[in-house]
Write a protein of this length. Structure first.
Length: 86
């Protein structure tokens, strides 16, 4: 399924926000960083899950899960370099 630009921003923002809640970084991040983390997380998650699945972004649910997993991985890497907040 093809997503429009606005759809990716909304999906990325939601995934980035939930990932920041999971990793305890929400207080340091605003909506802009949540969107960026979610979109980069989507790219990272798509690459990681693409190693195991044929089409990790086959529908909206899988797209969201892919973005969320990638965003959590990205924030875990950031925490390694900046010090964990949890």
């Amino acid at each position: 399924m093809k997503w429009g630009f606005i759809g990716w921003i909304v999906l990325g923002g939601l995934a980035g926000w939930i990932a920041s809640k999971i990793k305890g970084r929400d207080a340091q991040m605003g909506i802009g960083l949540n969107i960026i983390v979610g979109i980069i997380g989507g790219l990272l998650g798509g690459w990681i899950l693409g190693l195991f699945l044929d089409d990790p972004m086959s529908n909206i649910f899988m797209s969201f899960i892919t973005c969320l997993i990638g965003a959590v991985v990205l924030l875990t890497i950031v925490n390694l370099f900046t010090g964990s907040r949890r």
